[in-house]
Design a protein around this ligand. Structure first.
Ligand code: AMP
Ligand code: MG
Length: 404
C-alpha cells in the first residue's frame, strides 16, 4: 500500500483502476440528453441538402440587377413563390424573380438573391433598390456534409450536440451505460434527514452531495444508505449492493479506532493507497474489493465532495471515454488571501466572477466541516504546497460547474 502520495500520483492510480469497458446501449434521441456517445456519428445528409436561401427575398439572375439603386431601381416580374419546404417547380428566366423564404432551395435559373428589405413590391413586379448577389445563398453542405463525422465516441450529449445528431438524421444513438456508483455512508452518528437528530448526531449530507456529483459526472448513483461503524455491518451492506462500477464510501478512513472502512478494505480487499498530501481530503483511500474499485472518501462533508470531484469524477470520465477533461483550471485574481499548508496541495473554496477580469473571493470559513462553502462557492482555489496566496495575486482556480 502506498501512503502520503501527491495529488498527481493519487490521480494516476485512480485512473489505472478505470479500465473496465462499459456496455453500450441504444436510446432514442429524446432520452439521450446528458449521455455519452459510444460511436462516432456521421451525417446521413447534407445540410442544407441543396443550395438554399438564408434570407426572405427574391431569387433572380445577378446580371439582370447590376447597377440597381434607389434612384435607378431594376424591375423584375415575379413568376411565383417558394416557402421553405415547397421548392419552385419552374425556371427563372431573364427579367424574372421568385419570392423565396428562408430555407427554400434556390430555384433553377437563379444565381442571386435580394433581401426583401432592399425591394419594393408593385403588383406582379418587384423593384430592386440594390443589385442581387450570391452572398445570402447557403451552398449545399455548408453546415453538414453527408458521410462526415461531426460527433465522436466519448462526446457528452449536450443540447447542441443532441440537436446536431438529429440534424444529421439519427433517430437513435448508441451511448455508454451509465456507470453505477454505490454510495455508502458510515458512522454511528449519521442519521437520515427526516429522522429525529439524537444528541451528537449529524444528518447524512454526504450521500446527497455525492449523488449530485455522480449525476453531474454522468454516473447512476446507487444509494446504499448508512451503516454503523462495525465491520460486519459494512461488509453485509456491500454484499447486498448488487453490481457496481465504482463504490464510494464516506467516513471511516481516518486514524481513529472506529475507522472501520479502512480496516474492512485492508482485511477483505486490497488497499492501493491511503492518504494524499492534500487538504481537505487527506485521508482519501483507494482500494479494490474483488474486482470493484473503491474510493474511501473522508467523512467531512467538504472533504468527501472535493475528493470525489478530483478523483471520482476523473474515474467516471475515463470509464465513459469522455473526450473532454473532468475539469479545466483557469487563472483568476485573488481578492482575498487564501492560506496554504506545509507539504500539501490545498483546495480552498471560492466564488469566481468576472469584474473586468476573472476574480475569486473566499467563501469564508474554510473548515472541511463547513458544507456551506461548497453550497455558496463555485470554484476551488488551488494553493500549492508551502505557499500562501496574498490578496491581489493570480491563482489557479477549478470551476465546480463545468463548461465544455
Ligand atoms: P470520519 O471521516 O468518519 O472521521 O468523519 C469526519 C467527520 O465527518 C465527522 O464529524 C462526521 O460526523 C462527519 N460525517 C461523516 N459522515 C458523514 C455524512 N454521511 N454526512 C455528514 N457528515 C458526516
Ligand atoms: Mg466516522
Amino acid at each position: 500500500m502506498r501512503t502520503g502520495i501527491s495529488v498527481d500520483e493519487a490521480l494516476a492510480l485512480v485512473l489505472e483502476e478505470a479500465k473496465g469497458e462499459l456496455p453500450v446501449e441504444e436510446v432514442p434521441l429524446k432520452e439521450a440528453y446528458g449521455r455519452v456517445l459510444a460511436e462516432d456519428l456521421v451525417s446521413l445528409v447534407n445540410h442544407p441538402d441543396q443550395d438554399d436561401t438564408a434570407v426572405d427575398g427574391y431569387a433572380c439572375r445577378e446580371e439582370d440587377t447590376l447597377g440597381a439603386s434607389p434612384q435607378n431601381p431594376v424591375r423584375l416580374r415575379v413568376i411565383g413563390e417558394s416557402p421553405a419546404g415547397r421548392p419552385f417547380a419552374g425556371r427563372v428566366g431573364r427579367g424574372e424573380a421568385v419570392a423565396v423564404y428562408t430555407g427554400a432551395p434556390i430555384p433553377e435559373g437563379a444565381d442571386a438573391l435580394i433581401r426583401v428589405e432592399d425591394t419594393r413590391r408593385e403588383g406582379e413586379y418587384v423593384l430592386l433598390l440594390a443589385p442581387a448577389s450570391a452572398k445570402d445563398i447557403r451552398p449545399q453542405g455548408d453546415d453538414l456534409r453527408k458521410g462526415e463525422v461531426y460527433l465522436r465516441r466519448g462526446d457528452l450529449l449536450t443540447p447542441g450536440r443532441l440537436g446536431l445528431a438529429a440534424a444529421m438524421g439519427h433517430p437513435r444513438l448508441k451511448v455508454f451505460r451509465r456507470p453505477r456508483v454505490g454510495i455508502l455512508s458510515t458512522g454511528d452518528e449519521v442519521v437520515e434527514p427526516g429522522e429525529p437528530l439524537p444528541y451528537g448526531g449529524v444528518y447524512n449530507s454526504n450521500a446527497y452531495s455525492l449523488l449530485g456529483l455522480v449525476l453531474e459526472a454522468g454516473g447512476e448513483p446507487v444509494l446504499l444508505g448508512k451503516v454503523e461503524d462495525r465491520s460486519d455491518a459494512v461488509l453485509k451492506r456491500l454484499e447486498e449492493a448488487g453490481p457496481l462500477d465504482l463504490l464510494l464510501t464516506s467516513g471511516g478512513v481516518s486514524m481513529g479506532e472506529y475507522d472501520v472502512v479502512r480496516k474492512v478494505l485492508e482485511e477483505r480487499g486490497e488497499v492501493l493507497f491511503w492518504k494524499v498530501r492534500q487538504q481537505p481530503g487527506g485521508p482519501l483511500l483507494l482500494a479494490r474489493l474483488g474486482e470493484l474499485p473503491v474510493l474511501g472518501l473522508p467523512g467531512n462533508p467538504v472533504s468527501s465532495m472535493v475528493t470525489f470531484f478530483l478523483y471520482g469524477r476523473a474515474f467516471l470520465f475515463r470509464l465513459l471515454q469522455r473526450t473532454e477533461p473532468p475539469y479545466r483550471a483557469l487563472k483568476a485574481r485573488a481578492l482575498t488571501p487564501f492560506r496554504g499548508a506545509p507539504g500539501k496541495r490545498v483546495f480552498r473554496r471560492g466564488v469566481l466572477s468576472f469584474e473586468g477580469e476573472l476574480v475569486v473571493r473566499s467563501t469564508g470559513n474554510q473548515s472541511s466541516g463547513v458544507l456551506r462553502s461548497m453550497a455558496q462557492g463555485n470554484a476551488l482555489v488551488v494553493v500549492p504546497p508551502d505557499q500562501n496566496v496574498a490578496e491581489g495575486e493570480v491563482v489557479e482556480v477549478i470551476p465546480l460547474t463545468f463548461v465544455l
